[in-house]
Design a binder for this molecule. Structure first.
Ligand SMILES: CC(=O)SCCNC(=O)CCNC(=O)[C@H](O)C(C)(C)COP(=O)(O)OP(=O)(O)OC[C@H]1O[C@@H](n2cnc3c(N)ncnc32)[C@H](O)[C@@H]1OP(=O)(O)O
Ligand SMILES: CC(C)C(=O)C(=O)O
Ligand SMILES: [Mg+2]
Length: 510
């Protein structure tokens, strides 16, 4: 299996993400985690950018004992001097020089012709070689550079003694077959190309950064440059975790592997997200919250029968505990039953069907149904009290400067539903006054409490009430994604229990 070297640039190109600014302490924290992840090379920053960046690169350089620490530099002596200063104390220092080679960059940005670019690059490699035994040279915007000029520049860098030559698709422009072809061309054309390592560095402007990096590997690249979570300039860089897992999962296809400690991927991703403030989208490959989560019934059924039906890699590989079967409106009975079993409930087929119907009702209202939601649904119905009164509908009118009013439609012992309306001190009070009117029951509200039983804006609210009547008290519980509905349900639940207690009460001896 061919080894692909991992060059992490989270601390340099990753930090170039708009809005991201890492201080020395944060850079060090990420660096230690990248070391655990097993990256071979780490670009710690761009020392000429600012005194702060120089200091951070130096702190990282001194801290890392088992890997190469790299500082970025333009093709300028002052930048190279800054890298020299920043990498003092590094166990294995390397300078990364770059100069753009494409016609667009030559003409508009550098305002240099081909010769000037060649000579500037050559002079900078020569200068850097005086101080560094390891030099990487990057042809910025190589992806949009003429083939013959690429070969000329790479040939020069090989002769000048660069150790690694990087061929970036700086603006994420190329299609994998085009990008791969450049590596093939250089391998076949440039004399002594085997004396250097070729490196891939891709950006994700058209969403092809990972595919392009893999195409480069297929065509002879020895090193992959990228960032954790794919952060970086504009749409970001190649996500290292994606390439590492593609090589791992399709090893027979690529015949190449990184030596990353894959089980550290998830932890590294979380840390980088936390410290950079760049949230990982739920659907992000490998490290997104949904990457190992399944919501639809047919997929969940497949997963329960055999995980390979819907997972091409295991969550354990990247350091996660397990896959998730998320219960939601697309889930089916298999996953629902499995979830109930995990929660300690083994329901009969009839009970399961009834519970499943209630679950689907709830799932229509909520994005995700949590274990707490399921428990609340099941336990509420396991202790079944006959319902003398049940809620059909409530309407509430509320305004902070108006008296709240409520109208309720209640199913009672008669065939015809009962309609009543009332005012109150607040919305809940108005609902309870309307229920009293509808049921004709006189009860006293002893206690009222409310809590959320799951999380988020669409959490279920659970209301507890205690009602009393003639010295007899009963508790009621109501559950809904709406707290006013939960309040009404709790009141009716307690009322039904009071009525049951009244029916079964042993008459007192006179
Ligand atoms: C593809 C990449 O990711 S490259 C890395 C990009 N990262 C960064 O730019 C972050 C750090 N950069 C900075 O802090 C600043 O740009 C500095 C300190 C490096 C330079 O700042 P300034 O001196 O004010 O120059 P400014 O950034 O405005 O312009 C860049 C200059 O560098 C030149 N330049 C650009 N690339 C190179 C290069 N590889 N080699 C030599 N000169 C270069 C530009 O032509 C321009 O030169 P000019 O001033 O003669 O027109
Ligand atoms: C500095 C170079 C390698 C770069 O980041 C790019 O070309 O994208
Ligand atoms: Mg880049």
């Amino acid at each position: 299996m061919r080894k692909i070297y991992v060059f992490d640039t989270t601390l340099r190109d990753g930090e170039q993400s708009p809005g991201v600014n890492l201080n020395t302490r944060e850079k060090l924290e990420i660096a230690y985690q990248l070391e655990k992840l097993g990256v071979d090379r780490m670009e710690a920053g761009f020392p000429a950018a600012s005194p702060g960046d120089l200091a951070s690169v130096n702190a990282v350089a001194r801290a890392m004992k088992n890997l190469t620490v790299i500082g970025l530099s333009r093709a300028r002596e002052t930048d190279i001097d800054a890298v020299k200063e920043a990498l003092q104390g590094a166990a294995d220092p390397c300078i990364h020089l770059f100069l753009a080679t494409s016609p667009i960059h030559r003409q508009h940005k550098l305002r240099m012709d081909k010769n000037q670019v060649l000579e500037t690059a050559q002079a900078s490699i020569r200068y850097a070689k005086k101080y560094f035994s390891k030099v990487e040279f990057s042809l910025e915007d190589a992806g949009r550079t003429e083939y013959d000029f690429l070969a000329e520049m790479v040939g020069m860098a090989v002769r000048e003694g660069a150790n690694v030559i990087n061929i970036p698709d700086t603006v994420g422009y190329l299609y994998p077959s085009e990008y791969g072809a450049i590596f093939k061309f250089l391998k076949e054309t440039v004399p002594d190309i085997d004396r250097v390592q070729l490196s891939t560095h891709c950006h994700n402007d058209l969403g092809m950064a990972t595919a392009n990096a893999l195409a480069a590997i297929q065509n002879g690249a020895d090193q992959i440059e990228g960032t954790i979570n794919g952060i970086g300039e504009r749409a970001g860089n190649t996500a290292l975790e994606e390439v590492a897992m593609a090589l791992e999962t399709r090893s027979e296809f690529f015949g190449a592997k990184t030596s990353l400690v894959l089980s550290e991927i998830s932890r590294t991703s979380r840390l980088v997200s936390k410290l950079t403030g760049m949230v990982v989208p739920g659907n992000k490959a490998i490290v997104g919250a949904n990457a190992f989560a399944h919501e639809s019934g047919i997929h969940q059924d497949g997963m329960l029968k055999d995980k390979t039906t819907y997972e091409i890699m295991t969550p354990e590989t990247i350091g996660l505990k397990e896959s998730k079967l998320v219960l939601g409106k697309h889930s089916g009975r298999h996953a629902f039953r499995d979830n109930l079993k995990e929660l300690g409930y083994d329901l009969s087929e009839t009970e399961l069907n009834a519970a499943f119907a209630r679950f689907k009702d709830l799932a229509d209202k909520k994005k995700e149904v949590s274990d707490e939601d399921i428990l609340a649904l099941i336990e509420d119905k396991l202790i079944d009290t006959p319902e003398t009164f049940s809620l059909q509908t409530i309407y509430v009118t509320y305004g902070n400067e108006a008296t709240p009013t409520a109208k309720v439609i209640i199913n009672g012992p008669e065939a015809q539903p009962i309609v009543a309306d009332a005012e109150g001190n607040g919305s809940v009070d108005a609902i309870y006054n309307a229920i009293d009117k509808a049921t004709g029951e006189e009860v006293t509200l002893g206690d009222y409490s409310i809590k959320a039983v799951s999380h988020g804006k669409d959490a279920q609210g659970e209301v507890h009430v205690v009602l009393s009547q003639g010295g007899v008290a009963a508790q009621g519980r109501g559950l809904s994604t709406d707290i006013l509905e939960a309040s009404a349900r709790a009141y009716l639940d307690a009322l039904n229990k009071l009525i049951e207690k009244r029916k079964t009460a042993v008459p007192q001896d006179q």
